[in-house]
Design a protein. Structure first.
Length: 195
């Protein structure tokens, strides 16, 4: 059986405190009772005194795409969780709709975090694709129950001729000109259940 939330100690990784050990043991125990598909999980601490991280990584194995890391930062008697930065594993500046913030002793924190992780892992994930002239020009991985997007891509060169300009004119663009697939009015050509 695969272990949920492994923590690998070595000479560069800080040893777990008794409080952290109690939290991880209780979290693993709860995870062992989950009736959700397995996902990649891990636990880590950068340095002594920094928060303990417990993380679930969602992946589309068929498409070989990382869909996001969701995790909790546990420090003392508080655990705060959300979708994490994809490289730094930090919490967002402003909590998202996924956020959790709980306090209590280690076993209580673990129980609340386990409920949060299980609810997240129970959500269906779908991969939608739009095609034009035989080519995929837009893709969206999202939670199938709410439509909340996880990962998307848009290829303006393969899209229908006037669509990129229309999407930009209607404000479906972010950052440095990244077109958002949320503005595509046509139904996707393919929808595949990922998990």
């Amino acid at each position: 059986m695969t272990e949920w939330f492994p923590y690998e100690e070595d000479e560069e990784t800080p040893a777990l405190s008794p409080r952290d050990t109690a939290f991880l043991e209780a979290l693993r125990e709860a995870a062992g009772r989950w009736s959700v598909p397995f996902a990649s999980t891990w636990a880590w601490r950068e340095e002594p005194g920094s928060p303990l991280l417990a993380v679930v990584s969602l992946v589309d194995g068929e498409a070989r795409v990382s869909l996001g890391d969701f995790g909790v930062h546990v420090l003392g008697d508080r655990a705060r969780g959300d979708q994490l930065h994809n490289q730094l594993y930090t919490l967002p500046d402003e909590p998202t709709g996924f956020a959790v913030d709980v306090t209590g002793p280690p076993r209580q924190l673990a129980a609340e975090c386990a409920k949060w992780f299980e609810a997240l892992l129970a959500k269906p994930v779908v991969h939608s694709r739009w095609r034009h002239a035989g080519q995929v020009y837009a893709q969206l991985w999202s939670f199938g129950d709410t439509g909340e997007g996880l990962v998307q891509s848009y290829d303006a060169g393969a899209a229908p001729r006037h669509q990129p300009a229309d999407l930009q004119a209607r404000g479906h663009v972010r950052g440095r000109g990244w077109v958002q697939v949320a503005g595509i009015e046509a139904a996707p050509d393919d929808v595949r259940r990922v998990r």
